[in-house]
Design a protein around this ligand. Structure first.
Ligand code: FAD
Ligand code: SF4
Length: 554
């Protein structure tokens, strides 16, 4: 490690657990062991682990440090600063919506404004091709990831039931959180229909205090960043520890190109800070920029050896883009529900998660609480049947009577869904804009149809006098998939690219399939597993003379 000067962090003015931390700063052009791009569910955990193992680490984060006092304002319209709002092009038969609904920008990434649901994948998710003949198998098993799930559930931490019945049954380390009234409707409806349901998690919000982190005050603004710091994001769970152990979090630094030498080894990252082009030299680079930005950065890093984009000899960088189906179904109840009170993530059932031969589709879906705030609710009403003006106002008068359920369903990977570079349009950094192309296929449509019908039945059983639904998508993953060989994937099971010995991708983009579980805890568990591998195998990634064997088809 090289010399460095220490600076005092001045973020988190409202909370004292970061204030005392000093952050190391590496000198310009000082080579570090690892340069990590992005600080969300993947990057934040990697930074903490690698710094703890004694590596020198610089994290380049495109967005700012969020100050909980000024940026997390418990106001839907005022929270735009938390999101990745740069222009992205979108197409296909079912174009994806970007902005708040997809990714975050800033230290902590999308975990700043995620809801915090943290279910694990099921064992079957790792063997979808073998079991159902669709999708892909993972190059690892559930058991390989299991200890890392358990570690993340302690470290985020995750509240939930003592007995979680689905997937491989397990319990949660922190007691369940109290469910709000909207959650009660899901629970009541399921109970009436005999559907097993759990309440109070799994969610990354402790039911009480956690160290210096305060308890949840149940105001329900989790999707706008948690002002009090009760909800876990990597900004509060892992990044303070990373900094204490010597990592530098370099905010407002947009990586635009990964640099390689004539031996096909990466040498560092070019990035823009304050309109200046800079280079961070590194022994190894880990891309953790989310399922759109990670492939975009690789595709933009062209060279003689990689004319189609870095680590893309398979042609699969950007391919197999997946979103989870996220239809919102809501019911009107005679009594006031006030769904905005309490965290939106509070109750769920995974009873319909697995393939059921009685269905006309394979794989399945979960039903979860969601609690659209007023502007989000108005958008749903507009999307449902073009409501506007007086009639929109009239229906919004009913806001406090609505309870909503989210159908979180498994859309299967398909190479026809992809992220690519826009041929002509560029951003302010001179990078081609991302273009995403997304189509639903027959299995996806049938699954969504069944999920919506089930959610309506649950709301009706709970006493809803009318129900409505709108199709939505959530949680983009899958564009730098992991697999068994350089022919079927971009990275191996350790998130190391097949093409370049010292280049890794470690975020949601590596998921070969996605199940019906919200992805953050899986992404963090994969990051912790990769960090462990690097701890024990650093010589492979960091030793200059190791060069990946040239794949046979290159
Ligand atoms: C509204 C909403 C609700 C959600 N709710 C849940 C939930 O309840 N449970 C759950 O598990 N998941 C949820 N998610 C999804 C979850 O937050 C993401 O899947 C997860 O955070 C993705 O992790 P990641 O590491 O891939 O990327 P991110 O967490 O998005 O982190 C990527 C980071 O990389 C930075 N970056 C990107 N490109 C560059 C670049 N070129 N240079 C420098 N930095 C760059 C970005 O600014 C960002 O900070 C939700 C997401 C949203 C938007
Ligand atoms: S409901 Fe609780 S966890 Fe969510 S934002 Fe409010 S205080 Fe934070």
């Amino acid at each position: 490690m090289g010399g460095a000067r220490a600076v005092k962090l001045h973020v988190h003015l409202s909370s004292d657990w970061v204030l005392d931390t000093e952050m190391r700063e590496y000198r310009p052009n000082e080579e570090v062991d690892f340069c990590i791009i992005g600080s969300g569910a993947g990057g934040g955990v990697l930074a903490q682990r690698l710094a703890r193992f004694g590596f020198s680490v610089v994290v380049l984060e495109a967005g700012p440090w969020h100050d909980t006092e000024t940026d997390m304002v418990s106001d839907e319209a005022g929270s735009a600063r938390l999101y990745w709002n740069d222009e992205r092009f979108t197409g296909g038969t079912d174009p994806l919506e970007f902005g708040a609904n997809n990714s975050g920008r800033g230290v902590g990434g999308s975990t700043i404004h995620y809801a915090g649901f943290c279910p694990r994948l099921h064992p079957s998710d790792f063997r979808v091709r073998s079991l159902d003949g669709v999708g892909a198998d993972w190059p690892m098993s559930y058991e390989d990831l299991e200890p890392y799930y358990a570690a993340m559930e302690r470290e985020y931490p995750v509240s939930g039931p003592r007995q979680y019945p689905w997937g491989k049954p397990h319990g949660y380390p922190y007691a369940p959180l109290q469910a709000g009234t909207a959650g009660q409707m899901l629970i009541e409806g399921c109970a009436k229909l005999g559907i097993p349901v759990v309440a109070g998690g799994p969610v990354a919000i402790p039911a009480g205090r956690k160290g210096k982190r305060p308890h949840c005050i149940m105001r329900g603004f989790c999707l706008l960043g948690c002002k009090v710091g009760a909800k876990s994001s990597t900004m509060v769970s892992h990044i303070p520890r990373a900094i204490a152990d010597g990592a530098e979090m370099r905010a407002e630094c947009m990586a635009t190109e990964i640099l390689i030498d004539s031996n096909d080894r990466v040498t560092g990252v070019r990035y823009v800070h304050d309109s200046r082009l800079e280079v961070q030299r590194a022994n190894a680079v880990i891309v953790a920029g989310y399922a759109i930005e990670s492939p975009r950065l690789l595709l933009n890093s062209k060279s003689n050896a990689f004319p189609d984009g870095l680590a893309n000899t398979s042609g699969l960088v950007g391919k197999f883009l997946m979103a989870q189906a996220g239809p919102v179904v809501w019911g009107r109840f005679p009594n006031m529900i006030r769904q905005y009170k309490a965290p939106p993530a509070c109750a769920l059932t995974e009873e319909f998660y697995e393939t059921d031969p009685r269905n006309d589709f394979v794989r399945g879906y979960a039903l979860q609480t969601v609690a659209p705030l007023p502007i989000a609710m108005a958008h749903l009403l507009i999307e449902e049947n073009g409501e506007y003006g007086e009639s929109l106002l009239e229906r919004m008068q009913d806001y406090n009577h609505y309870a909503a359920i989210g159908v979180l369903g498994e859309i299967l990977p398909d190479a026809r869904n992809f992220v690519s570079l826009h041929p002509t349009e560029k951003d302010r950094f001179g990078m081609p804009l991302a273009y995403s192309h997304f189509n639903l296929f027959e299995n996806d449509r049938r699954m969504m149809h069944a999920g919506i019908a089930r959610a309506r039945a649950v709301l009706e059983a709970a006493g809803a006098t009318e129900t409505h639904s709108v199709n939505r998508y959530a949680h983009l993953v899958g564009t730098c998939r992991m697999g068994f060989s350089e022919r079927d994937s971009v990275v191996d099971q350790w998130c190391r690219t097949w093409d370049v010995a010292n280049l890794f991708v470690c975020d949601g983009s590596v998921l070969p399939t996605q199940g019906s579980a919200n992805p953050a805890i899986t992404i963090s568990a994969l990051a912790a597993r990769t960090a462990d591998w690097l701890h024990h195998n650093a010589r492979h990634a960091l030793t200059r003379d190791e060069r990946r064997p040239v794949p046979a088809h290159r």
